[in-house]
Every structure is written in C-alpha cells, then in structure tokens.
Design a protein around this ligand. Sequence first.
Ligand SMILES: Nc1nc2c(ncn2[C@@H]2O[C@H](COP(=O)(O)OP(=O)(O)OP(=O)(O)O)[C@@H](O)[C@H]2O)c(=O)[nH]1
Length: 325
Amino acid sequence: MTEQPNQVPADSASRGGPAESQPRSGFACFVGRPNAGKSTLLNAMVGQKIAITSDKPQTTRRAIRGIVNRVDNPAGQLIVVDTPGLHKPRTLLGERLGDVVRSTFAEVDVIGLCVPANQKIGPGDRRIAAELSELAPRTPVVGVVTKTDTVPAGAVAEQLLELSQVREFADLVPVSARAGYQVDLLVQVLMRQLPPGPPLYPADTVTDEPTETLIAELVREAALDGVRDELPHSLAVTVDEILPREGRAADNPLTDVYVTLWVERDSQKPIVLGPKGSRLAGIGRRARAEIEPLLGSKVYLNVHVAVAKDWQRDPKKLRKLGFDG
Ligand SMILES: Nc1nc2c(ncn2[C@@H]2O[C@H](COP(=O)(O)OP(=O)(O)OP(=O)(O)O)[C@@H](O)[C@H]2O)c(=O)[nH]1
C-alpha cells in the first residue's frame, strides 16, 4: 500500500491521544444500506478476498473479520468486522442477523457509514444513522462515500455535503474500492480512531475465520452468481469434509473438499442444478478457483445439493447450518 500522508485531513491528524509513532489496534465495522459496497471495500482494504460480494442485496451473512496491518503513520492493526446490511427482519434468520448487527455496534471502536456516490441519500440511510446514534452513542463514525468511480467529481462533492448533514462524523472520506482510490487513506483515518495498543493477531493474519467458513462462503457466492432474485435467501452451505488426498507427491498436493449446498424447497433444486447439472458444474468450477489459493493446493470439490425444508424458519435447522444466534 502506498502512503498518502498529504491527503489526511488536518483535523484527524491533530486529534488528541497518543503520538503517531505509538501503535494502535482495535475494531471497526461498516454499515450502510444493502449493496452500498461494504464487502468490496473490506476486500480492497485487506487486499485479499475474504468477504463475499454480490450484486444481490443482503448476501453477507456472517461477521467475517478482515485484518489490516500498517507499519507506520499510524502503525497498528485494524480488525474489520463485516456486518450484514441492516434490514427489516422477515424471518427468524432476519432477526438473528439484526442481533449480530446490534452486538457488533457495541464492540467496535469506530464505525464506517457507507453511502454509494451514485444513489441519493434517503430514509434508509437516515434510519441507519439514527440507529447508530441510539445503539452506539459514543462510538466515532466515519462517513464513507463509496463507488466514486461511478460519478463525476462534482457529484462526489455534493454527496459528501449531503452526508455531512445526516449526523456528526469524525471524518468524511470518498473512496472507490474498484479503482483503489483513497482506500489506504480510509485505513489511516479509521486507525486514528483506535486506542493505543499492540496487535491483537499475528501480523500476517488477514482473518480469524475458520477455513471451513471461508470455503462455505465461497461456494455460496459462486452459487448466487446469476440466480433468480428469490433464491439468495434460500441458500446455505455446509462443509462436510476437507481431506488431503493420499499418495500425492509432496510438491503437488490435492485436497478433497466435500460440501453440501442446501436449498429450502424441492422446486429450487433444478434451479441450482441447471440443465444436465451444468449450473452446478459452473458453481463448482468458480468456487474451486477461489478455494485453491486459500488452501494452497489443488482441490477436488464435490458439491452435493440437498433440501432442508424451510430452514430459515426452523431454529434447529438454523443451528445445524451454522447460524447459532
Ligand atoms: N463501480 C463500483 N462498483 C462497486 C464498488 N464497490 C462495490 N461495487 C459493486 O456494488 C455491488 C455491491 O457491493 P457489495 O460490496 O456486495 O455491497 P455490500 O454493501 O457488502 O452489500 P450487502 O452484502 O448486501 O450488504 C457489487 O456489484 C459491487 O461490485 C466500487 O468502488 N465501484
């Protein structure tokens, strides 16, 4: 990452607290309407794909952490918790997601409120801002205008002005995760809000999520690609087994990964499978390409499709599928 000290707003650099040389560490999360670009931004900050992104709203289910390490200006470790989009609960799953979001607010040192540059600030954004004031009244909030590559510079300036009127912000930063614009500046601004302290994780860690969770998320992301709108909420993935293939040369390992892709209804199975299983094969190919770098080996991926009737409304099934609530 390149240093951009000249772009740091003067007021954040001079804010009270420890000297610049003192390392900081702590937690941040991003909030914003579905599709605001939170997961993409997290991935750009961490520099490695760990949270799933999709052009369908509300695809983020788990509080996956990304860890950003900086050597100076300021030095430290920023642990980002990727929260699901705030939304009205419609099912038990929705309610549990809401709880995750609420408990996340209480735990973090700084919150980034994301608003895309290419959408008018509306009641949804104001509701989230109001929830923040209520649930985390003392936590500093950084206003983030995302996707600046989608509009002319003048529109970004207008959006910043609009956002500044929604609530009080510790800072305002326009970014484009896609173009890599000011992503590092945002890291600096967020880190300046962290308390002084040593790193909480080894410096080469980018996430503390178990490998199985990452694999499940990657398969789910591949399965969501191109499906009809009603399907995303009906998909869940469990990892059944990860086994090193025996008898392989040490310099050419192969890992067998067995996963189950759960749908809610029998009628959804053919949608996932596609004609002659072609969609499922595509899901397997795309997911495998992402899992191989994660495991550092070639992968044989077996995706089994199964029906768990109405899993979103059944607490026992939710637990089985990893939503412990
Ligand atoms: N042009 C452009 N598109 C972006 C940028 N960041 C995100 N997107 C796109 O916006 C869409 C939503 O991005 P996500 O990162 O999944 O949004 P999210 O806020 O995490 O969404 P939820 O999981 O629904 O809460 C995707 O299609 C992204 O590719 C950006 O900087 N520029």
